[in-house]
Ligand binder design. Structure first.
Ligand code: GPP
Ligand code: MG
Length: 301
């Protein structure tokens, strides 16, 4: 059962209908399909075995060079060493995201929009000492992440909610910082940034890490389409981010092209026992230039 943190929205509708019909969280057939994907992809070794390394479970990719020595150790140790190395690169990616949140104090509140199994939220809490809320449209993920927070004894300050990031229900101006770690390809950016503009006070910071298609090379490539199909997502072009941010009072302060730094992660993952089959599409898309791995930090003005 999913845990219900104290401020989870109550379900007030009549009990004669099924919960999925009633839920105010999942509003469209598309959102239900995405939620179903994450509610049923629960045994994914590429995410579980990496998370088991230290209890921080991620749903994003990695940054930085891998240690080539992991490919040369004895066959009985090789698999585990590669998994540990992939996990190190994924945690390094989350650190880069948090590096760009600006000054955050223990009294601040942060929002992880599309929190997955909660790894980045927990890292943010340990770094800044503040309260973090994560939202996900997967009840399974919210439950899993809350269990990790309970295990660590931080469930009073790190909470995961079965909520929609397009309509979070949190108070206006209540979040000093918000991030999306590879989740924006599941939503309309204008709707998303209107909600973030509401939640951030003047001067609040938003950080996005995303994969986006390259307007310069034209419409989406075959490799980008394969990624969309694999994850049931809709990768946006780079231009769409800047248009939607500007339209919603969010002004970029930092833009980093992380593409060169993520390619080693995919090269190592392609050689691992936890490869899922999507590795070649990422490598092709990045190498042919039809896709970028981008960080954007923007301030609410
Ligand atoms: C990784 O999640 C991210 C997504 C599914 C969103 C798509 C991201 C893009 C940059 C296009 P994951 O860790 O669950 O994926 P996997 O199971 O493949 O490791
Ligand atoms: Mg993963």
């Amino acid at each position: 059962m999913t845990q219900s943190p104290p401020d989870t929205q109550p379900v007030t509708q009549p009990v004669t209908q099924s919960l999925s019909q009633l839920s105010p969280v999942l509003r469209t057939a598309y959102q239900r399909a995405v939620a179903q994907y994450w509610d049923t992809h629960t045994q994914d070794p590429v995410n579980l075995r990496l998370g088991e390394v230290d209890g921080f479970y991620h749903h994003h990719y990695g940054l930085g060079d891998y240690d080539p020595a992991v490919l040369e150790v004895s066959p009985d140790e090789r698999d585990q060493r590669i998994i540990e190395e992939l996990h190190r690169l994924e945690s390094a990616q989350a650190d880069v995201l948090l590096d760009n949140l600006g000054v955050v104090g223990p009294g601040d509140r942060l929002l992880d929009a599309g929190c997955g199994r909660g790894g980045t939220s927990l890292m943010a809490h340990y770094r800044f000492g503040c309260r973090v809320d994560g939202v996900t449209i997967s009840e399974y993920q919210a439950g899993f992440a809350n269990d990790r927070a309970v295990e660590r004894g931080v469930s009073d300050v790190v909470r995961f909610h079965f909520r929609n990031m397009l309509d979070t229900g949190f108070e206006s101006g209540s979040k000093r910082g918000i991030w999306t770690n590879e989740t924006t390809m599941y939503v309309d950016l204008n709707e998303l940034y209107a909600e973030f503009a509401r939640l951030l006070p003047h001067g609040g910071r938003y950080v996005c890490i995303t994969g986006c298609s390259n307007d310069v090379t034209g419409l989406r490539s075959k490799a980008v389409s394969r990624i969309d199909e694999h994850y049931t997502c809709n990768i946006h072009p780079r231009s769409a981010y800047f248009r939607a941010l500007a339209a919603n009072g969010l002004t970029p302060i930092t833009v980093l092209d992380l593409t060169p730094a993520t390619i080693p992660y995919w090269e190592l993952r392609a050689q691992s026992s936890v490869a899922t089959g999507i590795e070649e599409a990422f490598l092709t898309a990045y190498r042919e230039g039809s896709f970028h791995y981008l960080l954007i930090a923007a301030d609410r003005v």
